[in-house]
Structure formats: structure tokens, C-alpha cells
Design a protein around this ligand. Structure first.
Ligand SMILES: NC(=O)c1ccc[n+]([C@@H]2O[C@H](COP(=O)([O-])OP(=O)(O)OC[C@H]3O[C@@H](n4cnc5c(N)ncnc54)[C@H](OP(=O)(O)O)[C@@H]3O)[C@@H](O)[C@H]2O)c1
Length: 235
């Protein structure tokens, strides 16, 4: 199966955010296996270098590493300029970088809400705004990494759920706005995937293990996630 797919992204340039870890790193490496050239972002330069090395191993092309905080508006502006200057175009934007925080309506704060919304929503809004003129030129693609938490309700990760619902709506609206310009916009809504995000978000080992038990007990095809439990976060 894989061999038949190799080369499907040959000639394409992708910008993948949050590629220093987890899903973004995996996506960058896969895109390279499929022939794409990639620009990768994150704040952790050592981790970005590790992803870049894996990318280069898979297709021989050197990724462009652009490290910085996506909540910094100047960095985001520079990011788009640098990608287009370096590769001459942009075909695919993967809005993947994100964080989660453990909180309920009784324990949250506006600072925590801002922290989550600034990276999970505002930075995507901003980066997409700036990337769209270039994606129209290439009739390109946007992929937003949302979550099962965008479509189902979970207690304990309130601003995260709110942010992912916002991204799903952002995806649908921009897809309608850009369809006539032949730019496709989609989101993916993963369930639990083993990465750094849960523990970085404040989940202790016990809650982490419980989450896996829970995720296995309710496979997605049962459709029985929404509002039917009261202790775990989905993600
Ligand atoms: N893992 C899951 O179970 C799961 C399920 C559904 C959806 N998702 C979504 O998948 C996406 C990736 O998550 P993951 O699980 O791969 O998490 P992860 O391993 O923690 O990776 C998160 C990435 O986002 C980057 N990032 C976070 N804040 C940033 C900021 N302010 N500026 C720049 N980059 C920033 C991190 O880079 P640095 O640390 O280098 O800055 C890192 O590369 C997220 O949007 C998440 O909501 C994950």
C-alpha cells in the first residue's frame, strides 16, 4: 500500500506547525516520504532538528526549520514570508501546533483560557490569513488538526474543547469561502494518540492510564462518547 503512495506529494511544499513533537513530527516525516518539501515549526530547536534529520533521511531534501512561538505575531508574519522566499510557493498548510490544559469551569482562569485559545485558535486564524493568498496561487490545501473534543463533549479540558469546536467551525467557514478559488480546507479530529501533549497539559500518570482504558472501552464507531461519562478528557 505504502509503496504505491510514494511520490504522491512530489513537487509540493508544505508548512507544518508543531513539528517538533508528536503528530506534527509524524506528519512531516510522512509528507517527506511521499515526496514533499517541508517547512517545520516549533519552539524546541533540538527536537525540530531531530524531525528534520528523519525527514531528510526519507527523501534527501533538507527541511526548512523555522523555530519560534506561534502566538508571536511577528514570528507568524516572518514565517510565511520565509517559506515563500525559500521555496517560491506554498501548497499545503498543516495547522497542527496545539496545547491542552486540565481545567473545569470551577478551576479555570482567564489566563489559562487565553493561553489555550491563543495557540489553538488565534495563531491558526492568523497564520491561515497570511497563507491564503499563496495557497490560492497554488490551488492548495489547508489541514487543521482539531480533535474528537471539537465534536464531542468532555469534562476537565474546557478551554481545549472550546478551542477545537472553534477550529471545526473555522474549517467549515473557510472551506466555503475558498472553495471557488480551489483551495480545500479540512480538519482531522483524532482520538487519543500517544504524544507529549497530555502530560505537558498537567495530566498525571493515573489520569493518563485511565484515559487509555476509557478510550479503549468506547471505540469511535459506537458513537457513545458525547456526554455519557464524567471523568475523562478524550483529546
Ligand atoms: N495526542 C492526542 O491524543 C491528540 C488527539 C487529538 C488532537 N490532537 C491535536 O494534535 C495536535 C498536535 O498535538 P500532539 O499530540 O502531537 O502534541 P505534542 O506532542 O505536545 O506537540 C505539540 C506541538 O505544538 C507545538 N507548540 C505548542 N505550543 C506552541 C507555541 N506557542 N508556538 C509554537 N509551537 C507550539 C509544540 O512545539 P514546541 O514544544 O517545540 O514549541 C509541539 O511541536 C494538537 O493540535 C492537538 O490538540 C492530539
Amino acid at each position: 500500500m505504502m509503496a504505491a503512495s510514494i511520490g504522491r506529494l512530489e513537487g509540493k511544499v508544505a508548512l507544518i506547525t508543531g513539528a517538533s513533537s508528536g503528530i506534527g513530527a509524524g506528519a512531516a516525516i510522512l509528507f517527506c516520504k511521499l515526496g514533499a518539501e517541508v517547512a517545520i515549526t516549533g519552539r524546541d530547536v533540538d527536537n525540530l532538528s531531530k524531525t528534520a534529520a528523519e525527514c531528510q533521511k526519507s527523501n534527501g531534501k533538507k527541511p526548512l526549520i523555522l523555530s519560534g512561538d506561534l502566538t508571536n505575531e511577528d514570528f507568524v508574519k516572518q514565517l510565511v514570508d520565509d517559506v515563500v522566499k525559500h521555496f517560491g510557493k506554498l501548497d499545503i498548510l498543516v495547522n497542527n501546533a496545539g496545547i491542552v490544559r486540565a481545567e473545569t469551569i470551577e478551576t479555570t482562569s482567564l489566563e489559562q483560557y487565553d493561553e489555550v485559545m491563543n495557540i489553538n485558535v488565534r495563531s491558526i486564524y492568523h497564520l491561515t490569513m497570511l497563507a491564503v493568498p499563496h495557497l490560492i496561487k497554488t490551488q492548495g490545501n489547508i489541514v487543521n488538526v482539531s480533535s474528537v473534543n471539537g465534536v464531542r463533549s468532555f469534562p476537565g479540558v474546557l478551554s481545549y474543547c472550546t478551542s477545537k469546536s472553534a477550529i471545526d467551525q473555522f474549517t467549515r467557514c473557510t472551506a466555503m469561502e475558498l472553495a471557488s478559488k480551489k483551495v480545500r480546507v479540512n480538519s482531522v479530529n483524532p482520538g487519543v494518540i500517544i504524544t507529549e501533549i497530555h502530560k505537558r497539559g498537567g495530566m498525571d500518570e493515573e489520569a493518563y492510564q485511565k484515559m487509555f482504558v476509557h478510550a479503549c472501552a468506547w471505540p469511535p464507531w459506537t458513537g457513545r462518547r458525547s456526554g455519557q461519562h464524567n471523568s475523562l478528557s478524550g483529546l
